[in-house]
Design a protein around this ligand. Structure first.
Ligand code: NAP
Length: 420
């Protein structure tokens, strides 16, 4: 489609959300001049408020911000969503829970031939969208890239990088990758907690099963060893106790899905865990996560936590200074039949609200402006749709994606912040 065929390049859908307002700010400060951006949501005065407060915060970008049109609609109104998405090349959505609010806008995008990206981690919903819409999206040459936030960009693009390295350097397929979060500092928003609570109530096991046909695992010794890892285990390479990492549920399945589509290797598998200081710390993290999830699951305990201000309400999230002080570091250990090599993916701000905004902003810009890279159409994880083009963009924004034959010492230090 010619650039002029649509009125806007990017529509930020949910510009009033905690993450949406930050995405508007990111695009105002980072998108190429003349990028045509529109703000979308259900509440005109709140959308005006986002525009006004960001313009006051960034006088140098006030003109850019004020030039952004506002489009009002509700995620339940399919006809209005069609009118809205037909005006833009790309929709970047932060309206969650996506299981509740995301389906109609994705349908509208596929019908209107509009590309789409989001930051959901609701994998069953993404699978549902794949099952319902992939064929039509391919027919219409539309790109629906979900999972463009902290779940799952680091693991997804990190493994893409490793699979390419294995192919180019060793001429071998990638058999499996062990991911470990070795350092992290970040907060949580009310919208994320609401989405988690909603997700815990959604029962869609059949969709989980349907997409992962699960090739038989390879007979490689390394693969067998890999499969034996327990929830809490000692990792000899890292020299650390490893524990359950909540996002591994989404990341592992997403990376395995991408690996299957992109053909990383026969029976390719990705698994993720989190480093702890010692065995007691590992047990404490696992128990803390377990009880935290229980407290969020029940509306009574959730309301109590809101009331005593232990967790943020929808619309709220970590402060700007906290976001800036955040970081994460993901250590990757990769196996081919004859080689072991390593990777590091790291970010220098809060993974959920600093890095994620960068990931989503660059995904939207990539879909809007890098179409000459011949993206794969359909409903897929970001590595499958944008692959190298997005990896290149993120590296250009200071996101660390590094691969090496030997252990990357800095990757084990935990804090990515001082190393970048
Ligand atoms: N992958 C990651 O790393 C990552 C990181 C952060 C967030 N997330 C996800 O991103 C999503 C947003 O999080 P958040 O904290 O920014 O959420 P939030 O602040 O609670 O915002 C929710 C947004 O949805 C809008 N909305 C709700 N119902 C709507 C409807 N019927 N029609 C149109 N818009 C509607 C709200 O509009 P109003 O303002 O008008 O109420 C608001 O803009 C969540 O699903 C979260 O899990 C993912």
């Amino acid at each position: 489609m010619a650039d002029t065929a649509r009125k806007y390049d990017i529509l930020v859908w949910g510009a009033t959300s905690f993450t949406g307002a930050r995405l508007v700010e990111y695009l105002a400060l980072n998108a190429p001049a003349k990028t045509r951006i529109a703000l979308g949501g259900r509440n005109k005065s709140k959308l005006d408020g986002v525009q006004t407060s960001l313009a006051a915060k960034h006088p140098s970008a006030a003109g850019t911000l004020r030039a952004m049109d506002i489009l009002v609609g509700d995620s339940a109104n399919a006809a209005r969503l069609h009118e809205i998405v037909a005006q833009t090349k790309v929709v970047a959505s932060t309206v969650g829970p996506y299981t509740r609010h995301g389906t109609k806008i994705v349908h509208a995008c596929v019908d209107e031939k509009t590309d789409y990206c989001d930051i959901t981690g609701e994998l069953p919903w993404v699978k549902e969208m794949h099952c319902e819409l992939n064929e039509k999206a391919v027919r219409n040459n539309v790109h629906i890239a979900s999972l463009c936030g902290f779940d799952c960009i680091p693991a997804d693009l990190g493994c893409l990088m490793l699979a390419q390295y294995a192919r180019e350097e060793f001429k071998e397929p990638l058999l499996h990758v062990k991911g470990s979060i070795v350092g992290i500092r970040g907060g949580v928003s009310g919208g994320t907690l609401q989405t988690l609570a909603n997700q815990l109530h959604v029962e869609k096991k059949s969709i989980f099963k349907s997409l992962f046909s699960g090739q038989a695992p390879s007979e490689q010794t390394a693969v067998k060893k890999f499969e034996k890892r327990g929830l809490i285990h000692y990792d000899e390479t890292l020299g650390r106790w490893q524990t359950f990492w909540i996002m591994s549920l989404v990341n592992s399945q997403t990376v395995n899905w991408a690996g299957e589509v992109l053909g990383y290797g026969p029976g390719f598998q990705y698994a993720e865990s989190m480093s702890a200081r010692n065995l007691f710390h590992a047990v404490a993290i696992a128990l803390g996560l377990f009880y935290g999830v229980i407290l969020i699951f029940f509306s009574l305990t959730r309301s109590f936590l809101y009331a005593i201000k232990v967790i943020p309400r929808p619309g709220d999230g970590p402060s700007e200074s906290f976001t800036e002080s955040g970081f994460f570091s993901l250590h990757l250990e990769a196996f081919t039949a004859n080689h072991v090599f390593y990777g590091k993916v790291a970010g220098s701000s809060d993974p959920g609200y600093g890095e994620t905004i960068k990931y989503l902003g660059e995904s939207a810009l990539c879909l809007a402006f890098d179409r000459d890279k011949k993206f794969r159409p359909g409903v897929y994880p970001p590595s499958v749709i944008m692959g190298d083009a997005l990896l290149g963009r993120l590296r250009g924004k200071g996101c660390q994606f590094e691969v090496a034959r030997k252990q990357i010492a800095a990757a084990l230090k935990g804090s990515a912040k001082k190393k970048l």
